[in-house]
Design a binder for this molecule. Structure first.
Ligand code: UN1
Length: 495
């Protein structure tokens, strides 16, 4: 059977790269070949950027409510195809179907929300300090937005970035993760069908080292919005910094759930299991540390082991499966490597700790949900992002110590605390040094109308989603209209 080919979308045309090279895309559940994907070159990026630049000149003058009409259609189409897209998502990257549906819903929500921004895109009107003078600030598009997105949330994160970029009048050049090209193509088809004028979204498949670098280096890409590893994010920032190019970076996490002695332990267990092992631990917001008051540690361990024992591994398309595969073999080996490091460092393995090959799972990349205990906060497994189903219990003696441990890592994406005490909850809200804080919930579950991102090594101060994301895709312009008929000097004539 002939393998299906997936190509770029440049200036409104579906077209293979001039390289003639293709790379296979496989299902992490069983290695099934899903298709082969065009591998682009710098020349393809140049074409995409030229098309984007041309199209943006007109798009910036289309009234934002009219731009938003396209986004509403995107929302309708996403909604119509929700199940089909979710199935592709599961086959391409392995997350279980219920989570895949949730992720497509996140893209739908974002499309409605950003379509609404077409009638807002608020600036401020403020009084002028001078008579007969009007003052306001307005948002204007930046130009061409370069989007580099990850495989773990292949449509939600692409939606977080492309929708605000487009509604605020930019054009987009998008390099999706190499692992999730098919879903990326489907998303672009929806933009096409929704009537987005040609050239405004350009899809360029290929490697980070070729396509990603060409985008970062291109003088006509005005901003880069990236979600992915710290290593790549730092490299992008350094390259773009030399050109004074705007970058919005969302990178790693080492998120913790804190469980105090007054917590509802069953609730905490549900929150931890969902956050640590959902998406096989491959969320930026995954819980990988469990900071627990020593007086409830044993009971929590017991309950966690029991719950973890109920998790069913397998093909995410099977509705009864809780945990799918990890993305690929090399990720599997990295995760297993960290487990060996944890053992060597002296952490106690409570469950898991192995590559799963039984029950026909040997064709895929499956890792057993893994729990360590008596982990010290400075151990590598408690400091470095593992990006797999591995969580470490760190015992503490007080809320203050818990907060100190929570904040002791280089990342600052998400944190959570389980407590029944409102004073402690508020103290935690104030002192947990992360961009997202949950009270009596796990570390995941961000909603699209709030800012998403983190402090310290997680990012560079920008946010995805919410109104805050408009700050990535717009420039502020301050406008003064003097209708006095004379030249009035601010700060001088009035004082
Ligand atoms: C990510 O972890 O990369 O909060 C994104 C959540 C999702 C988005 C996560 N809504 O888990």
């Amino acid at each position: 059977m002939k393998v299906k080919q997936y190509v770029n979308f440049i200036d409104g045309e579906w077209i293979a790269s001039e390289s003639g090279k293709f790379k296979q895309n496989t299902n992490p559940v069983n290695g099934e070949v899903l298709g082969e994907v065009t591998q682009s070159t710098k020349a393809d990026v140049n074409q995409a950027v030229a098309a984007a630049k041309r199209a943006q000149r007109e798009w910036r003058n289309v009234p934002a409510p009219e731009r938003a009409d396209v986004l509403y259609k995107v929302a309708f189409l996403l909604k119509e195809r929700k199940e089909e897209l979710a199935q592709i998502l599961t086959r391409e990257m392995g997350k279980v179907i219920a989570e895949a549906r949730g992720e497509v819903q996140e893209a739908i929500d974002m499309a409605y929300y950003m379509a609404g921004e077409g009638r807002r895109l608020f600036g401020d009107t403020v009084p002028s300090e001078l008579r007969n003078k009007f003052a306001m600030s307005i948002r204007v598009p930046v130009g061409v937005a370069g989007l580099i997105t990850p495989w773990n949330f292949p449509i939600a994160i692409a939606a977080w970035k492309s929708l605000p970029a487009l509604v605020s009048g930019n054009a987009v050049v998008w390099k999706p993760a190499s692992e999730t090209p098919i879903l990326a193509g489907e998303f672009v088809k929806i933009y096409e069908e929704a009537g987005l004028p040609k050239g405004l979204i350009n899809l360029v498949h290929g490697s980070g080292s070729v396509v990603g670098n060409a985008m970062v280096d291109h003088p006509d890409i005005d901003l880069i919005s990236f979600t992915g590893s710290n290593e790549v994010g730092k490299m992008i920032n350094a390259r773009a910094g030399g050109m004074l190019k705007r970058t919005s970076l969302e990178m790693g996490g080492k998120n913790a759930v804190t469980v105090l002695e007054d917590a509802d332990l069953d609730l905490a267990v549900d929150g931890i299991v969902w956050s640590a092992f959902g998406t096989s631990g491959q969320r930026c917001t995954a819980c990988s540390r469990i900071i627990v008051h020593e007086s409830v540690k044993e009971e929590l361990e017991k309950k966690l082991i029991e719950k973890i024992g109920e998790l069913k591994l397998g093909d995410g398309l099977d509705e009864s499966v809780h945990v799918g595969p990890v993305i690929n073999r090399s990720s599997l080996e990295k995760i297993h490597g960290y487990v060996q490091v944890g053992k060597k460092e002296g952490a106690e393995l409570l469950c898991g700790g192995e590559i799963v090959t039984k029950d026909g799972l040997n064709k895929g990349s499956f890792y057993a949900p893994t729990l360590f205990t008596d982990v010290q906060s400075d151990m590598r497994i408690a400091q470095e992002e593992i990006f797999g189903p591995v969580a470490s219990i760190i015992p503490v003696k007080s809320l203050e110590e818990a907060i100190e441990v929570n904040n002791s890592v280089e990342f600052g994406l998400s944190s959570s605390i389980f407590t029944a005490n409102v004073n402690r909850a508020f103290q935690a809200m104030r002192d947990l040094d992360t961009g997202i804080v949950y009270i009596n919930a796990g570390t995941t579950g961000a909603e699209i109308h709030l800012p998403f991102g983190g402090t310290k090594g997680t990012g560079n101060g920008h946010r995805d989603s919410g109104v805050a994301s408009l700050d990535v895709y717009t420039e502020w312009k301050s406008v003064y209209v003097d209708y006095s008929g004379k030249i009035q000097k601010a700060q001088i004539d009035n004082y």
